[in-house]
Write a protein that binds this ligand. Structure first.
Ligand code: PEP
Length: 282
C-alpha cells in the first residue's frame, strides 16, 4: 500500500520573536512539497506502462514526494498562513471541542476554517497533560474535538503515545494503552482526513528515540488494532507518523520501517535540519 509520507513541525510555544519566526518560515518554504495532481499522476502511470510494453528504458515520473505541515503557536498562526509559499499546511496545535462561544482562551475550528486552514493537531502529550503542567484533554474530550474537526470538513493530526512507566512494562502494555487512547475514535479514522502521530512521551524532547525496531513494532501493533476495531482497509491506508526526538540523523533508518509514514518533529523543526528530515523520507 503506497502511503504518501507526511512530516510535521511542531514549533510548540516558540519562537520568542517575529524575526526568528521569519527564519522558521523560510525553513518550511525550503521543503519540497511538490506533487502531481491525481490526473497527471495517472497519465504518467499510463506512459510508464506503455513504455514498459515497448521495452523502453523508462524512469517513472512519480512526483508524489511528501506532505508537510507546520504547527505554529496560536498567536503566530495568522502571521504564518500567508507567508507559506509551498503546499505545507499550517496546522494549529489544538482546538476546542465545542465551537464559537463563551470559551475564553480557546480556538474554534470554524474560526480556523474561516482563516483558510485545513488541518488541526490534537492530543499532543503536552495537551493531554497527564505528566505535564496542563491537564486538559482526556480521551472523551479528544473524541469530541476530532468530531468537531471532521464535521467542519477539516483534517486532523491525532497524537497518541505512552509514558515511560508503561513502556517499561513492554509492548503489550503500550498497545493496551494505545487501544484505550484510540477506542473512542476508531470509527472516525478516515485515512483521507486523519493522520495518526505515535509519540512515545518518554522520547519527546528528551533526545531519547525509540529504536527503529521498537518503533516499527509499535506502529505495526497500532495498525493491527485499527484493522481489528475499524477495518483492514483503514489500517492499510492510514498514515502513522513517529514523533520523539526525530532528527536528520535518525530519520533515514526510522523512515525505512514499513509502518512508519513520516515524522512529527519538535526540537529539530526549529532548526534548518527540518528540511533534511523531509528529504530523508521524500
Ligand atoms: C513533539 O513535540 O511532538 C516532539 C516529537 O518533540 P521532539 O521532536 O523535540 O521530541
Amino acid at each position: 500500500m503506497g502511503r504518501r509520507p507526511v512530516v510535521g513541525g511542531n514549533w510548540k510555544c516558540n519562537p520568542d520573536s517575529v524575526s526568528k519566526l521569519d527564519d522558521l518560515i523560510k525553513n518550511i518554504n525550503a521543503c519540497d512539497t511538490s506533487r502531481l495532481d491525481e490526473e497527471k499522476r495517472n497519465q504518467h502511470r499510463l506512459l510508464a506502462v506503455r513504455a514498459e510494453r515497448h521495452k523502453f528504458m523508462f524512469v517513472a515520473l512519480f512526483f508524489c514526494r511528501c506532505d508537510v505541515y507546520v504547527c505554529p503557536s496560536t498567536l503566530h498562526v495568522p502571521y504564518v498562513v500567508p507567508k507559506i509559499k509551498n503546499k505545507a499546511l499550517v496546522t494549529p496545535q489544538d482546538c476546542n471541542p465545542k465551537g464559537c462561544g463563551a470559551f475564553t482562551g480557546s480556538m474554534a475550528v470554524a474560526q480556523m476554517k474561516d482563516l483558510k486552514m485545513k488541518q488541526v493537531m490534537i492530543g499532543h502529550s503536552e495537551r493531554r497533560g497527564e505528566f505535564g503542567i496542563f491537564k486538559m484533554d482526556d480521551d472523551a474530550t479528544l473524541a469530541a474535538k476530532l468530531k468537531c474537526v471532521l464535521d467542519a470538513g477539516m483534517s486532523c493530526v491525532y497524537c497518541i503515545g505512552e509514558p515511560k512507566e508503561v513502556r517499561e512494562k513492554g509492548l503489550s502494555a503500550t498497545l493496551a494503552l494505545m487501544d484505550v487512547q484510540l477506542k473512542q475514535v476508531y470509527s472516525m479514522l478516515d485515512p483521507a482526513k486523519v493522520v495518526l502521530a505515535y509519540e512515545p512521551v518518554w522520547a519527546i524532547g528528551t533526545g531519547l528515540t525509540a529504536t527503529p525496531e521498537d518503533a516499527q513494532a509499535t506502529h505495526k501493533g497500532i495498525r493491527d488494532l485499527i484493522a481489528k476495531n475499524a477495518s483492514p482497509a483503514v489500517a492499510a491506508a492510514i498514515r502513522i507518523q513517529y514523533g520523539g526526538s526525530a532528527n536528520a540523523k535518525n530519520a533515514p533508518e526510522l523512515s525505512a520501517q514499513p509502518d512508519i509514514d513520516g515524522f512529527l518533529v519538535g526540537g529539530a523543526s526549529l532548526k534548518p535540519e527540518f528540511v533534511d528530515i523531509v528529504k530523508a523520507i521524500s
